[in-house]
Design a protein around this ligand. Sequence first.
Ligand code: PLP
Length: 289
Amino acid sequence: MIESINQSFAIFRDDLFPLLGGGNKARKMMALHNTIQEGQHTSIVTTGGIQSNHCRATALYCSKYDLDCTLVLHGNKEKFLTENGNARLIRNTNANVVFCNSDEISLEMDKAMLNYKALGQKPFYLYGGGHTLEGGKAYIDIIEEIKKSGFAPDYIFLASGTGSTQAGLLAGISKYQLKTKVIGISVGREKKRSEKIIKEFYSELCYRYSIPENVNNITVADEFLCGGYEKFNDEILQISNNSYTKYGIPLDTTYTAKAFYGMQQIIKKQMITGNILFWNTGGIFNYFN
Ligand SMILES: *Cc1c(COP(=O)(O)O)cnc(C)c1O
């Protein structure tokens, strides 16, 4: 769903994706539905932080389709039990929650998988962030929607984390032969590493879905990190605070306000013109936490 702000600037409202609380994690989760059904899985094991959009979408998916769910969470348990936002939504599901340090995640996930198997279940192992080929495919498909919308973006700006949303969009741009440039604003990772991971996943998606590869330059900006994940500066806070009055949308300091700020800076510095599409990846519960 594209919302025009003016002739050359529009916003893609992925935050309004109608299921599982919305955002890119919900879209990626729903894209896995066939795989989970066809595999006759009875439970899902995944991981994230205590305010993880991905864990919220997974927990809500499991509620909706009556699957068991184990979330291996890293972060503060007290905060998880008291904070609003995604933490509250997760608490209100039947998800089984396990807390651990960041270096024990795969161990705890493996344990949860074994526990389900011992109960005769068929658990699905889901990487953090919902990083799957199916999730990437959801973003290839959306480019067709963009193409039909009548708004032809020269640039797409978005918040980039694992980069699977950006890789999917790029594979879609290749498939539908658009000339759109995609600029990811990193929310936590350093540029080189992000670009390498996105390039690899882009190639994997192109291979899997028989799309000719034609993107050589993957662009991720890491100069707006402000020190790392969940860190922000005064300008980002200002954009977030004014997001409803100025743009009518939620922009949270962890993801979308950071990306919005990065976009503004890049447009100014590189004197970018043409049609610009800001991809609102979600984060509404981070905004309201
Ligand atoms: C996870 C997330 C991102 C990053 O998406 P990736 O596909 O991991 O790059 C951006 N915005 C929001 C709101 C997210 O939850």
